[in-house]
Design a protein around this ligand. Structure first.
Ligand code: ADP
Length: 223
């Protein structure tokens, strides 16, 4: 599903990723752990096509498409159709309702409004938020906001979801709920998840836990 080869990243003189190689299978849930500054977010952003590797020798393939060879326009389309993102801070647009926030990636894809809304409602119902269609982010709890963000990530039925500290801002109960949800979604929709987390419980639930130190993956534990 994902193959990353020889990924380097420099920020000026700072060598943040030092030749990462990684293969992730379809339907696999992989967690990435490690100390702050190890390069986890940078790696996730590069795997998720939001950032580029520094060296031309580095290559990212997602579903057999070499994403770092795509033009910006083709890459935006590829990302919109194949990849979902969940961040620590939900990044919902404050002036839009839950339903509208979820529909935005579908509108970008060109899905007609009635179809996008029907799908968004289906997702909100599945996530236990059928009473929150018309609520704006500031009218929702942290856990609810994060579930709306999950629905937004899912609306175009991406095959890969990248999550960066998805439960970092949640109370214990909401975090556990969200973690269970990832596994349910994988079972239901066969999605692949790559999750950067400091949450030990979530990291250990993953099929494979990768440890990053100083710009390299130094260990892997399969559960
Ligand atoms: P982690 O997610 O493991 O905490 P990051 O990938 O966020 O690590 O950061 C790795 C290193 O790269 C850190 O030293 C950080 O300060 C640096 N870094 C991250 N993003 C940038 C940037 N845009 N410009 C300069 N340095 C950055």
């Amino acid at each position: 599903m994902i193959k990353a080869t020889n990924i380097h990243k420099y920020y000026n003189d700072l060598h943040v990723l030092k030749g990462v190689n990684l293969e992730i299978a379809s339907g696999e849930i992989v967690s990435i752990v490690g100390p702050s500054g190890a390069g986890k977010t940078t790696l996730l952003q590069i795997l998720g096509t939001l950032d580029h590797p520094s060296k031309a020798s580095g290559q990212i393939a997602i579903k057999n498409t070499i994403t770092n060879a795509l033009s910006d326009k083709d890459l935006a389309k590829f990302r919109n159709e194949n990849i979902g993102f969940i961040f620590q801070f939900h990044q919902l647009l404050p002036e839009f309702t839950a339903l509208e926030n979820i529909c935005i990636p579908a509108f970008i894809k060109g899905i007609p409004k009635p179809d996008a809304e029907a799908k968004a409602k289906e997702l909100l119902d599945y996530l236990g938020l059928s009473h929150r269609y018309e609520h704006k982010p500031n009218e929702l709890s942290g856990g609810e906001q994060q579930r709306v963000a999950v629905a937004r990530a899912l609306i175009n039925e991406p095959s890969v979801i990248f999550a960066d500290e998805p439960s970092g801002n949640l109370d214990t109960e909401s975090a556990e709920h969200l973690h269970k949800l990832f596994f349910e979604l994988r079972d239901k929709f066969k999605q692949t998840f790559i999750i950067v987390t400091h949450n030990e419980e979530l990291a250990d639930m993953a099929d494979r836990k990768l440890e990053m130190v100083d710009g390299l993956i130094v260990g892997a534990k399969t559960s």
